[in-house]
Write a protein that binds this ligand. Structure first.
Ligand code: ADP
Length: 246
């Protein structure tokens, strides 16, 4: 009897990716990286180390100068602008520091917006479980301005997850939140990663945020200089201080 084995493509794969900007800045310097599905990955590093460039290239918002990037096995370099826009809409979710909810839409309409843009109907059972899971079932008719910052970010997380994308990119998702709300949002993100086998890549300056991740990449000068599994906040803070002082 033969046993079939399936090998899942990495959620994100970067092969020898470099990005230079006019003026000679090498923002990414030969980065190779596989992110396995279901991973919560944090990206840290000093300002200017290439974190945003890495995220923008991996999300198809910017194009690398050289190298190859695949999302769930599909190479994004070969796609024209329309196909890349579709890929971002259908396969990638985003969570931003400033939530970026549409002020005139209800919480429910904000959460389901990615599906409507893709011409897809939400599965009612999935939607109900998602809004309950992020703790907003009794806030769905409200406008974003009527919610706390933590609630707005939880709505933004539900919006990022609603289409069950291959990857969610979170850019400083707790940067605008008080300590308790930040802790709640990070715990929710980690639990969703584990329950739904969702892949999340989070750029953060905050070692205690990165400590919630499964794995943290530390960047410096456009390169990955450290990969730490299940780091403590104190360990990460010490590594960052060492880099800044180097
Ligand atoms: P980080 O997110 O870690 O702060 P970035 O990815 O924003 O780092 O920047 C990496 C490097 O690339 C920096 O030296 C930055 O000044 C440079 N850079 C970023 N965007 C541009 C751009 N559009 N044009 C020129 N240089 C840029």
């Amino acid at each position: 009897m033969s046993v079939a084995t399936t090998t899942l493509a990495p959620a994100i794969a970067l092969e020898h990716v470099s990005k230079s900007y006019p003026g000679g800045v090498l923002a990414l310097d030969d980065v190779t990286l596989d992110v396995e599905p279901g991973t919560f990955l944090a990206v840290m590093g000093p300002s200017g180390s290439g974190k945003s460039t890495l995220m923008h290239c991996a999300a198809g918002l910017d194009t690398p100068t050289t190298g190859r990037i695949c999302i769930a096995g599909d190479e994004i370099g070969g796609l024209d602008e329309n196909r890349r826009t579709e890929l971002r809409r259908d396969r990638i979710g985003f969570v931003f520091q400033a939530y970026n909810l549409v002020p005139s839409l209800s919480v429910m309409d904000n959460i389901t917006l990615p599906l409507r843009l893709a011409g897809r109907r939400p599965d009612p059972a999935w939607l109900a479980s998602l809004v309950a899971r992020v703790g907003l079932a009794d806030r769905l008719a409200h406008r974003p301005a009527e919610l706390s910052g933590g609630q707005q970010q939880r709505a933004a997380i539900a919006r990022a997850l609603v289409a069950q994308p291959a990857v969610v990119f979170a850019d400083e998702p707790t940067g605008a939140l008080d300590l308790q709300s930040a802790h709640d949002v990070l715990t929710l993100l980690r639990e969703l990663v584990e329950e739904l086998h969702q892949t999340v890549v989070m750029v953060t300056h905050d070692p205690s945020a990165a400590a919630q991740a499964h794995q943290t990449l530390v960047m410096a000068d456009g390169r990955i200089v450290d990969t730490v599994r299940r780091p403590s906040a104190a360990d990460l803070a010490a590594r960052l201080v060492a880099l800044t002082e180097a």
